[in-house]
Design a protein around this ligand. Sequence first.
Ligand SMILES: C[S@@+](CC[C@H](N)C(=O)[O-])C[C@H]1O[C@@H](n2cnc3c(N)ncnc32)[C@H](O)[C@@H]1O
Length: 337
Amino acid sequence: MTSDGTVQHDGGSLGGLFGGGLMPESVLSFRPDHQSEQIDWQALTPAAAWLTALLKPRRFVELGTYAGDSYCAFCQAMREQGVSCEAFAVDLWEGDEHTGAYGPEVLARLRDYHDPRYGHFSRLMRMRFDDARETFEDGSVDLLHIDGLHTYEAASHDFRSWLPKMSPRGVVILHDTTPRERGFGVYRLWDEIEREYACFNLPHSNGLGVVVLDPDAAPDGIARVARMDEAARRPLLLVLKSLGDLVIAHAKERFRAGELERLKGRYRELEWAVEDLRRGHRSELSELLHLICAEFPGLSERLASIEDRLRRVEETAAGDAAETASDAANVEQTGGG
Ligand SMILES: C[S@@+](CC[C@H](N)C(=O)[O-])C[C@H]1O[C@@H](n2cnc3c(N)ncnc32)[C@H](O)[C@@H]1O
């Protein structure tokens, strides 16, 4: 540590990260194009761009894709960085005991988005992880993302059974290394992995564990990060977390903008409804006045009651319109602030 508090290890300062090529510009400018309503992986999408930049994988496999937030982030990073890679997403697209069951519309929506953009280098494989494994040659996968069922037994099985498929330069990443509730058990597997392999954990968004199977054979950048001590690695993890926070902030901004448009539309509908009511009551009134004057001159109480009814209807309508205008102004203010 220097006198100004800067950590001076390999990559242990922001200067070290950028100068040492550990934080390429393509990662800093990465913004995911595909964001579903599943928020879990979104803050890790800059980490997907970062891993892609450091590893330049020739074959990428994801076990557990669901709505495609993580998978599409990898595909987008590969396309933006010009990385030549075969990519495979494996899932039954039925859900499991942690995600809950879901319908065929999830895969259909993902196909609509994925196929035209990434279909030339990437495939969605609808099958069990164990069945998909047999379709890959041993030693052929450079990057494996394990994000299936998160019990200890399932995650251990996925990790250990896919190890023979990994290439010598291979890196395995595992999502959800931190949760301990609801039967999540990846953290137990992670304890074992930390004793056996060169690895590190990105702690945000429920944790993404990165396992460098053989640092001597792995690409230089990722091997250097795996060998750093925690203090040296901290600035790097902080930058990745801050980039993730930015992704989440953009997603919230988009949601608020959508809500504002919805409320503005509702306000316009109410304005039209009020105007219709006014017009209807005006003509009803003049009709009744006409009748009263013609047939029952002198029945002024009836006229007064009609006028009173009309006034109450108009007051209610004006109150509704003012309330909607105030809702819209609140959302606009929250969105702008
Ligand atoms: C946590 S979700 C994946 C989340 C995804 N990576 C994302 O970015 O949001 C887990 C998925 O794994 C699938 N899955 C779990 N076990 C599986 C198995 N043995 N074979 C195939 N799919 C499985 C489930 O259908 C579910 O869609």
